[in-house]
Every structure is written in C-alpha cells, then in structure tokens.
Ligand binder design. Sequence first.
Ligand SMILES: Nc1ncnc2c1ncn2[C@@H]1O[C@H](COP(=O)(O)OP(=O)(O)OP(=O)(O)O)[C@@H](O)[C@H]1O
Ligand SMILES: [Mg+2]
Length: 183
Amino acid sequence: MISIRRLHKRFQVSDGVVAAIKSLDLEIAEGELFVIVGASGSGKTTLLRCIAGLETPDHGEIRIADKVVSSDHPPTWIPPQQRKLGMVFQSYAVWPHLTVSQNIALPLAEGSQKIPRKEVAARVKEALHLVQLEEQADRPATLLSGGQQQRVALARAIAVSSRLLLMDELRHPRSSRGDGDRG
Ligand SMILES: Nc1ncnc2c1ncn2[C@@H]1O[C@H](COP(=O)(O)OP(=O)(O)OP(=O)(O)O)[C@@H](O)[C@H]1O
Ligand SMILES: [Mg+2]
C-alpha cells in the first residue's frame, strides 16, 4: 500500500539545517495498521506530511498503491488532492465557522473528487455514526470538547478516503469523550 525508499527530508532553520528524515525505508501492506512511535521532534509528522504531499522530500521515492507519488529520480510529483487519502492533523484543523456536519462534508463537496450531493450526505451520515457524533451533527465545531473535535477530524478523513488514513497522534475515541487533554 505504502512503499518508501531512501527518504530524506531536511529543513533550513536560522542556525543551520535540521535532518527530519534520514534515509528511511518503509513497507506498509494493504489492511495493515501501522504505528510509528518516537520522541518529540523525531520526524513523525514530517513523514506523514511527505506521504500526504504537504512536504516535498529532498530525496527518495514514495509509492501509494504501486503508484509513484513522489520521487527525485525521475522527478515525479502527484499533488496532495490527487493522492486520495485522508489525514487527521495533530492540531485537528477543524473549521471554526462550520458545524460538525459541514466540516465533514466540505472536502467531499469542494474537493477534487466532485462527489454528488446525495452521496456526500450519505458519507457524512456514515462517518458521524462511526465516530458517534450524530447528536452533535448540527453544532458549531468549536463548541465541542477537544476529544470530540478530534473525532470530527477523524470523521472528515474517513469520509474522504476508505483507502488510506494517516493519523497524527490520534487517541481512541472512547477514551477522549468529554475531555480536551492530549493523550
Ligand atoms: N517547517 C519546518 N521548518 C523547520 N523545521 C521543521 C519544520 N517542520 C518540522 N521541523 C523540524 O523537523 C523535526 C521533525 O519535526 P516533526 O514535526 O516531524 O516531529 P514529530 O516527530 O512529529 O514531533 P512531535 O512528537 O512533537 O509531534 C523537528 O526538529 C522540527 O523542529
Ligand atoms: Mg508531530
């Protein structure tokens, strides 16, 4: 499903260069639940952003479902919206001016996939059910607890893609009900 070869990613900072990913090789099979554990600053978010297409790697190759999405040799770049994956960000990235349902629907309705309105409604309903937020569907997303907001972000990613889901520091939904702590 995901195949990574010799991935390198460095960042220029004011006092030098940070090597966030150094020659990483990785194989993740279809259907596999793959967890990366590492110290703060060790490059986990950078790796997810490289897979999603939100960072440009310096070297190496990333394949998703046997398709090269990023490579320096030969130079290849598939933009994020064409990689057909869902991502839950560490900061949730829930839109404050939208309701829970609208948050989940937005990438479906406005994204590159151009999904018919009826199917958008069905996918939103299914995703709301999966994360147990049906009761909060019409509430403004910012009035939810931290854990509930994270479930909105999870539902949004599930609704976009059933193929590949990238989750940055996600807690189990049941353990996060009603609180806003990081875990
Ligand atoms: N845009 C950026 N510009 C400069 N340095 C960056 C940038 N993004 C990340 N870094 C640096 O790259 C390294 C890896 O960061 P990253 O966010 O991938 O870590 P992480 O493993 O996700 O950490 P955490 O567990 O704290 O979320 C860190 O040293 C970080 O400061
Ligand atoms: Mg991180």
